[in-house]
Design a protein around this ligand. Structure first.
Ligand SMILES: Nc1ncnc2c1ncn2[C@@H]1O[C@H](COP(=O)(O)OP(=O)(O)OP(=O)(O)O)[C@@H](O)[C@H]1O
Ligand SMILES: [Mg+2]
Length: 320
C-alpha cells in the first residue's frame, strides 16, 4: 500500500507529512526546509530552496510550490517537488554522454547529519556542484506554440528566425530551433534575445556550444519520449561553468515546469493541444479577474488535484 500526503502551509514553509495508508499513525517523514539549520540558505527561488554546502556544492530542495505567470501561488501541489526531481534525475542519466551535468554523486545524508531529515529530503533534493551560471536561458523549440506561435503569426519568424509560410498552431517545426532568452532578475520576466546577443554575453565559442548541446539534448529527449507517447513541444535548459570552465547542464531538466509536454495520442496540429504542464492552472487563472501580480489567488481543490494528476501521469509515462 502506498502513502498519502498531507500538506499544510506554515508561514513560508511547507510541512509534508506522509501517512501510512495501512496503519493510522504518522511515519517519521516530515520535512521543513527551515529544519536545515546546519547549512546557510543561499537562495530561495520560486520552486527551489538552495543551501550552500561548503564553497563549491549546493543542496537544492524542490518544494511543491507552483508558479504561474512568475508568481508563486499560495497552494502547493502535493508531491510535485519529488516528481520534478525524479524526472530530472532520469534525464541527467540519459544525457550524460552529451554534456556534463551538475550532479555531485553526494546524497543528502552526506551533507546533513540528521538522518531522519535527510531521508525526508532525499526524494526531492539534489546535492550539486555549485556552478557559475551562464546569464541565459537556453530555450529550444520543436513545435510552434505559445509565444513562438504569436511571434510567427505577426512576423513569419520565431525570435528572428524566418520560417516557411503556412505553418499552423502546434505544427512540428521543420528544424529544432534555439531561441535563447536572458535570465531576468526576481520578479521580472525573461526576454527573448537574438543569438548575436548571446555571443556578446558569453563569446562566440561558448554560444555555439550552448546552442549545439541544447539542440542535441532536445533531439535525444524528443526521440526518447515520443516512444513513450509524449511530445516535448519546447523546453528550457540552464547551464553553468565548473571550476575548469567546462560547460555543465544544471538546474532541473525536461520537467513539466521547464517544458511543454503533450500526449501524442491526442496531438492535432491547428489547435493548442492539452498539456501535462501547468497550462491547466494558467487556463484556470485566465478565467479569474487577477492582474497576475503577487499575491496569487488560491486554487480550488479540484484544480490542485487535476494538476497533481497531470504531473503524476507524465512522471509515470516518462520514467517507468
Ligand atoms: N548547479 C548549480 N549551480 C548554481 N546555480 C544553480 C545550479 N542549479 C540551479 N541553479 C540555480 O538555482 C536556482 C533554482 O531555484 P528555482 O528554480 O526555484 O529558481 P527560479 O525561481 O526558477 O529562478 P530565480 O529565483 O533564480 O529567478 C535557479 O536560479 C538556478 O539558476
Ligand atoms: Mg527554476
Amino acid at each position: 500500500m502506498g502513502t498519502t500526503r498531507q500538506v499544510q502551509r506554515d508561514g513560508d514553509k511547507y510541512i509534508i507529512a506522509a501517512f501510512s495508508s495501512t496503519v493510522n499513525i504518522q511515519v517519521a517523514k516530515e520535512y521543513r526546509t527551515d529544519m536545515i539549520t546546519t547549512l546557510p540558505l543561499l537562495h530561495q527561488g520560486k520552486v527551489r530552496d538552495c543551501f550552500a554546502v561548503g564553497d563549491d556544492h549546493m543542496l537544492m530542495v524542490a518544494s511543491d510550490r507552483l508558479s504561474a505567470f512568475d508568481v508563486v501561488l499560495p497552494d502547493p501541489i502535493p508531491g510535485k517537488g519529488e516528481m520534478l526531481t525524479r524526472i530530472s534525475h532520469y534525464w541527467f542519466a540519459l544525457t550524460e554522454g552529451i554534456v556534463a551535468n551538475h550532479l555531485s554523486g553526494l546524497s543528502v545524508a552526506d551533507v546533513i547529519d540528521d538522518a531522519e531529515l535527510a531521508a525526508a529530503l532525499e526524494p526531492r533534493s539534489m546535492v550539486v556542484k555549485r556552478l557559475k551560471p551562464l546569464p541565459l536561458e537556453a530555450i529550444v523549440r520543436g513545435y510552434i506554440i505559445g509565444s513562438g506561435w504569436k511571434d510567427y503569426q505577426r512576423t513569419g519568424e520565431v525570435c528572428g528566425i524566418p520560417l516557411p509560410a503556412g505553418l499552423v498552431q502546434a505544427d512540428r517545426l521543420p528544424e529544432i530551433l534555439f531561441t535563447p532568452s536572458t535570465k531576468a532578475a526576481a520578479g521580472e520576466h525573461d526576454e527573448n534575445v537574438s543569438f548575436e546577443h548571446i555571443v556578446g554575453l558569453v563569446g562566440a565559442d561558448m554560444a555555439n556550444r550552448v546552442r549545439d548541446v541544447s539542440i542535441e539534448l532536445f533531439r535525444a529527449a524528443r526521440d526518447h519520449s515520443e516512444q513513450r507517447g509524449i511530445i516535448i513541444a519546447d523546453t528550457k535548459f540552464e547551464f553553468g561553468l565548473d571550476e575548469n570552465g567546462v560547460l555543465t547542464l544544471m538546474d532541473e531538466v525536461l520537467t513539466p515546469d521547464s517544458s511543454r509536454f503533450w500526449p501524442a495520442d491526442s496531438y492535432q496540429p491547428g489547435s493548442s493541444p492539452p498539456s501535462y504542464d501547468k497550462q491547466f492552472v494558467r487556463d484556470y487563472l485566465e478565467t479569474l479577474d487577477w492582474d497576475k501580480t503577487a499575491p496569487g489567488p488560491r486554487l480550488p481543490q479540484e484544480v490542485i488535484d487535476v494538476t497533481r494528476d497531470k504531473y503524476r501521469d507524465v512522471c509515470a509515462k516518462l520514467i517507468s
